[in-house]
Design a protein around this ligand. Structure first.
Ligand SMILES: *Cc1c(COP(=O)(O)O)cnc(C)c1O
Length: 395
């Protein structure tokens, strides 16, 4: 759901808050959370807080029924501030400090997802935790996806598949019980059939592990990677198709793992479409035939624009608002190519290349990027060149 483009709203917000400005829409967050949970056939959905740590965003997703997945002490504190009960929090990540392990253990989070033997040792020495989840680095290929993590390749994440049995034994010796498994195969899957296929592969792998190690799963986190369309050629994930396939998977999982809580995770799907970035044009110029429009924010606020996170160097959906005091015009698609950059002193700071609007923006106009609610400022080098964290407003 791409929120309605209303130039007057953008103008009002900029008058109140200035630019650069991130605007997050809670209605979109709620509707994404409701529709994704509906498609997951009763499995729990954990919000991956790294996608957007804004407190009100986190709070909105909590109220919409999501649990939460954190990967640092900062994220843990943020989840708690946003009202999460510790028992709805899992802690993931390939490297956790002693301080993080202790703090999360003291507040009583639901589970740690363990990635290494060092971590087993630390948990057993430094905390009172006795039950953990193990992250599996599986040896099968994920199908689809723009940034995949699987395929039996070397990774800092998880325990390689062939070592899982030993790892469970090692944990037992240290007084720790592996009570569940965690998988995450990658991100930006847009085909429901790929997500269903990957979930099936995960179920089969988990069943094998259950057999090999004779553990009885109490939790199975099947990851996610639910994509949203960023570019013209991409289309929405078909949630009806996803639901049909996932319901079958859930039935299978309940038969194979009768005691297990079933879960998925999502960051991007829940937050990307709720967010807009509004920038103001500082200057325009023509250089060797290319029209440039330099704004007061750039890749320092939206690093994904240069291809981070499995996103190719392509233009995010964008539009432009004439901002000249009393009239507001929305400049939509047209035939005047312009390249939009930020203010950074590096040629990489290009947000939109040869975007075509109906008019060439001028100084003072507003450039709006849509679908940037996930992996925005917190995932960007916002302080590069001494710039500030942008204002964030939740409406
Ligand atoms: C980042 C991450 C996610 C979230 O991925 P999205 O593509 O934003 O949904 C989920 N699980 C793990 C383990 C992650 O590292």
């Amino acid at each position: 759901m791409n929120p309605h483009r209303d130039p007057r709203h953008i103008e009002d917000m900029v008058r109140k808050y200035g630019t650069p400005l991130y605007i997050y829409d809670t209605k979109v967050l709620q509707s994404q959370a409701v529709s994704l949970q509906d498609a997951l056939g009763g499995a729990a959905l954990y919000y991956s807080l790294k996608a957007n740590p804004n407190k009100h965003v986190v709070e909105t997703l909590r109220k919409a029924g999501c649990r939460v997945e954190v990967a640092s002490k900062g994220e843990l504190e943020r989840a708690l501030e946003a009202g999460y009960s510790p028992t709805d929090i899992i802690f993931i990540g390939p490297g956790k400090t002693v301080e993080e392990l202790r703090r999360a253990s003291e507040v009583g989070i639901q589970y740690f997802v363990v990635d290494s033997e060092d971590e087993l040792q630390l948990l057993s020495e430094q905390t009172t935790v006795r039950e953990i989840l193990l992250r599996v680095n599986p040896d099968f290929e994920a199908s689809g996806g723009k940034l995949t993590m699987s395929g039996g390749k070397p990774k800092q994440f998880g325990v390689e598949r062939a070592q899982v049995g030993n790892f469970v034994g090692r944990a037992r010796k240290l007084g720790l019980d592996v009570v569940g498994l965690h998988y995450y195969l990658g991100t930006r899957f847009l085909e429901a059939s790929d997500l269903v296929q990957n979930t099936k592969s995960i179920l089969e792998d988990a069943r094998e592990i259950q057999r090999e190690t004779d553990l009885e799963l109490r939790m199975l986190d099947m990851g996610g990677g639910f994509g949203i369309p960023y570019f013209g050629v991409e289309s929405d994930l078909d949630l009806n198709l996803l639901k049909t396939g996932i319901i079958d998977c859930i039935k299978q999982a309940r038969a194979w793992f009768p005691k297990a809580e079933l879960a998925f995770e999502s960051g991007r799907y829940l937050t990307a479409e709720c967010g807009r970035l509004v920038l103001q044009v500082l200057t325009t110029k023509t250089s060797y035939g290319t029209r440039f429009c330099v704004c007061d924010g750039g890749t320092n606020l939206n690093m994904a624009a240069i291809g981070v996170g499995g996103i190719g160097k392509r233009n995010f959906p964008s539009w432009c608002v004439r901002f000249d005091g009393d009239s507001t015009a929305k400049l939509e698609a047209g035939d005047q190519p312009v390249t939009v950059t930020g203010p950074l002193c590096t040629p990489d700071d290009v947000l939109l290349k040869d975007v075509q609007w109906s008019m060439v923006p001028k100084r003072g106009d507003l450039v709006v990027l849509d679908n940037v609610g996930a992996y925005g400022p917190s995932a960007s080098p916002h302080s590069f060149l001494g710039h500030d964290y942008p204002t964030e407003v939740v409406v």
